[in-house]
Design a protein around this ligand. Structure first.
Ligand code: ATP
Ligand code: MG
Length: 421
């Protein structure tokens, strides 16, 4: 027997539709993610009676008793106050499927599917999927500034498939950015969307889309400030630091697909270049140290998780040192590893090396360049890590002497390894 596209099981008499990302991604031929359902003609009471568990705080959403998948009652929303929370939600059994689809952000997200696989598509989402257009559903689009960020992060995911933002949608996004409403977005929501963009195949499309909407300065001023800052053409044929930034982010997404921790460090490793006085352009001496402060500011504002912060700090501070691995003295390699806490947290070095490789290859014309520094730093790290305290430390040694002996033994291991290719 052939399984139905989605099987409502013993809730067969309820009007349940698959909606949103799951329908869109299937039509795009992408692997299935979370499934969201909308239910028409029910009430919270009838849902509870059918065994669904309520979870929504702001609007009526329920979990299916067996699958745990989200089922929302069909609803309309009316804007009553600024910000993305300023909505009055209206969900009662008279709200139709079409009304529910009309409140959605993009036409490609406003397609519903019945249990027997029939598509309900009042806004021509299928046409926009075929033509690769991200288009808003209707004029209510401007009511929620979060949609500007959602547009940008969908572009990070779908630009490689050929998508672009419809000109009239971009126009609305500009209106929203110009109104100052992006300032009303809470840090958690910004981080959620940024994190998704960094885990997508083309993070640069997130930055470009926000810039085109004139909204990047409100969301990520530290990154926006990199555009228009020149670098030395011998090393950076792309010259503009903002362009370099985009290339590095996309290279990181290519080297570590889906890894937002590496993606965030790649995004922020050069923030210091925005602080170089113009009189010193196109050089950026000391930009590594200079970048730590704007990085800290960004992380505090968006409440960035610790794992992201730590790798980002390390990459910001050390990326030039990693590039110079082949020239550094043995003791300097050791101290670089020690500053990264690489003897207690060895997994860090591979991540750091990946960010640095993305930095090197994230330059115009260097996309396929080799990065032997990366493999070498990992090899030296492995050698130093293999030194056992038991072998390094002699009888009777105390505190500081133990530390010195261990450091010396690790430096010796690095030296020996370097002389054996
Ligand atoms: P993903 O694959 O990332 O889950 P998605 O399109 O499913 O993408 P969700 O955040 O899961 O996105 O939202 C599910 C659906 O709800 C969307 O497809 C869209 O129809 C609607 N939606 C979500 N957030 C908004 C919003 N801020 N404004 C309008 N519609 C929204
Ligand atoms: Mg979804």
């Amino acid at each position: 027997m052939c399984a139905q596209p989605h099987d409502p099981g013993h809730h067969g008499r309820m009007k349940i539709y698959l909606v949103g990302g799951a329908v869109r991604d299937r039509l795009l031929g992408l692997p299935a993610g979370d499934r969201d359902f909308v239910v028409v003609g029910e009430t919270p009471e009838s849902m509870a009676a059918a065994g669904f568990r309520p979870v929504g705080r702001d609007f009526p959403v329920f979990l299916h008793p067996d699958s745990g998948e989200e089922h929302a009652l069909a609803r309309t929303e009316r804007k009553t106050a600024p910000g993305y929370r300023g909505f009055v939600v209206h969900a009662d059994p008279s709200v139709t499927l079409e009304q529910d689809l009309e409140r959605r952000d993009f036409t490609i997200n406003a397609i519903a599917e019945t249990p027997d696989g029939t598509l309900v598509d009042p806004f021509d989402g299928q046409r926009d999927i075929e033509q690769r257009v991200l288009r808003h559903v209707g004029p209510a689009f401007i009511e929620d500034p979060l949609r500007v960020l959602r547009a940008a992060r969908f572009m990070a995911r779908f630009a490689p498939l050929g998508f672009s933002v419809a000109p009239e949608t971009l126009e609305l996004m500009r209106t929203m950015a110009a109104s100052g409403e992006l300032d009303a977005l809470v840090p958690e929501r910004i981080w959620q969307e940024l994190a998704k963009a960094l885990a997508a195949p083309r993070p640069s499309a997130f930055l470009q889309t926000l810039r085109q909407a004139h909204g990047l300065a409100a969301i990520l001023p530290e990154v926006d400030a990199l555009y228009g800052v020149p670098q030395r053409a011998e090393y950076h044929p792309e010259i503009d630091t903002g362009i370099h930034q985009e290339l590095v982010s996309d290279m990181a997404a290519q080297l570590a697909p889906g890894d937002g921790v590496i993606g965030f460090a790649a995004l922020t490793h050069d923030l210091g270049k925005a602080l170089t006085p113009e009189s010193k352009w196109p050089r950026h001496i000391g930009h590594e140290q200079a970048g730590l402060k704007p990085l800290e500011g960004l992380c505090e504002r968006l409440k960035v998780p610790n794992a992201h912060r730590e790798l980002a700090r390390m990459a910001c501070r050390e990326h030039l040192n990693v590039h110079r691995t082949l020239e550094l003295r043995d003791a300097t390699v050791h101290d670089l590893l020690a500053r990264c806490d690489a003897f207690r947290k060895p997994e860090r070095i591979e991540a750091l090396v990946t960010v640095c490789e993305a930095d090197r290859r994230g330059r115009l014309g260097f996309e396929d360049a080799a990065y032997p520094q990366g493999a070498e730093l990992m090899r030296l790290h492995a050698a130093a890590l293999a030194v056992s305290a038991r072998d390094a430390v002699r009888e009777g040694m105390t505190g500081p002497a133990i530390g010195r002996a261990l450091r010396k033994a690790r430096i010796d291991a690095i030296a020996t390894t370097r002389s054996t290719p």
